[in-house]
Design a protein around this ligand. Structure first.
Ligand code: OGA
Ligand code: ZN
Ligand code: ZN
Length: 368
């Protein structure tokens, strides 16, 4: 490495990343200055290579304030904007960092783990959480069939998101259901709660009993479906990324609404979130031509999501707990006989907590 990593870097960027103890609190690494505190006319005054106890580095003396910064060489290697393709990295949420799948891709290799191994073995837990990030889900098996156990499962990787349904929700036949999920009706592929802002990004469904005829589960990779739509009908894809859709939920105590496009893309156009729920989509208020275009595209996407090749079918056994990315996967179930016993407990959590748990498991594993 030469000093060009320093001299080719924009001065405010380099200075903003000064690791010294006056720029960052050494106890927590948090930055101690504001961007507006940097002197006008900031420039690198001098650069020299210095040996260091933990590896070589480069010392910069800044103009006009004489501040000294010491950048480890390996930090510059990893971060300096001189190394070719930069700026296309993501946060792991877009299609760029996923393994998109159709049903046949996962036949015979459902990502799963037994509860005991998940709890007791760091590598198994890392692999399970990684499956949620990469494939959108994991199926934990032999999870104790205890009331409220789904909350303990959520707490292994994150924080329960409490909602108007409570800390958890009971998926079983209710006498006066405020949601079709709480009947024996067939439920077509959907994401949950698109009427919340922010939407819950992780969902858990823990099966306590499943003795009813019917009530089989289905999962569809919404990113894969959206990518197919983009290939088969780019115009429809584009419409679904641009038209805001109102979703709503109302019951005696609650009135929730949120507006988002069905397909969210990042600034580079990569698929980042999908929401789709025929039960809670509201009335759109757009011009007639936009409505006509939207409905054609919405139908097209809906048809795609129903393609049997895309839908992974399986049956939840008592003790199974499905953990999935609710911004990507759509879930479904077949109708079941209301006379049979079927009982799931569901809860919501979030992907940021899951990502943190995974990073800490890896960090601690590397340190061990
Ligand atoms: C739900 C749901 C699926 C099922 O509760 O959100 O979609 O298998 N349930 O009952
Ligand atoms: Zn500094
Ligand atoms: Zn659902």
């Amino acid at each position: 490495m030469s000093s060009t990593a320093i001299t080719d870097s924009p001065a405010p960027w380099l200075r903003d990343n000064c690791p010294c103890d006056t720029c960052r609190d050494p106890r927590n690494g948090q930055k101690l200055f504001q961007i507006t505190d940097l002197p006008p006319g900031l420039a690198v005054g001098s650069v020299r290579e210095v040996p260091g106890a933990t590896g070589a580095g480069w010392e910069v003396v800044w103009e006009p304030d004489g501040h000294r910064s010491l950048y480890p060489a390996d930090w510059l290697d990893a971060h300096a904007p001189t190394g070719g393709a930069r700026g296309t990295g993501g946060d792991g949420r877009t299609e760029a960092d996923k393994e998109l799948w159709a049903a046949a891709d996962l036949a015979g290799r459902l990502p799963d783990a037994s509860w005991d191994a998940y709890v007791g073995d760091r590598a198994v837990r890392i692999h399970a959480l990684e499956s949620v990030r990469r494939l959108g889900f994991v199926l934990l098996r032999e999870v104790p069939r205890r009331d409220r156990m789904v909350l303990d499962v959520a707490e292994t990787f994150g924080f329960v998101r409490r909602t108007n349904y409570g800390e958890l929700f009971e998926v079983r036949v209710e006498p006066d259901p405020n949601n079709l999920a709480f009947t024996g009706a067939l439920i077509t592929p959907h994401t949950d709660n698109p009427y919340r802002d922010p939407v819950p990004t992780v969902q858990l469904l823990h099966c306590l009993r499943n003795e009813a005829r019917g009530g089989d589960s289905g999962l569809v990779d919404g990113f894969h479906a959206a990518a197919l739509l983009r290939r088969e009908d780019p115009r429809a894809f584009d419409v679904l990324t641009r038209v805001p859709v109102e979703f709503s939920f109302t019951d005696a105590r609650t009135e929730l609404r949120a507006q988002r496009p069905l397909i969210d893309v990042d600034p580079l156009g990569r698929i980042r979130e999908v929401r789709f729920n025929n039960r809670s989509i509201g009335t759109l208020h757009e011009s007639a031509p936009v409505l006509a275009e939207f409905y054609a595209a919405y139908r097209r996407f809906g048809e795609l999501l129903l393609r049997p090749a895309l839908r992974l079918d399986f049956r939840l056994a008592p003790g199974d707990c499905l953990i999935f990315d609710n911004t990507r996967l759509l879930h479904a179930r077949t109708a079941f006989a209301e006379s049979g016993a079927r009982h799931l407990q569901g809860a919501y959590a979030d992907l940021d907590g899951l990502g943190s748990a995974l990073a800490v498991l890896r960090r601690d594993g590397a340190a061990a």
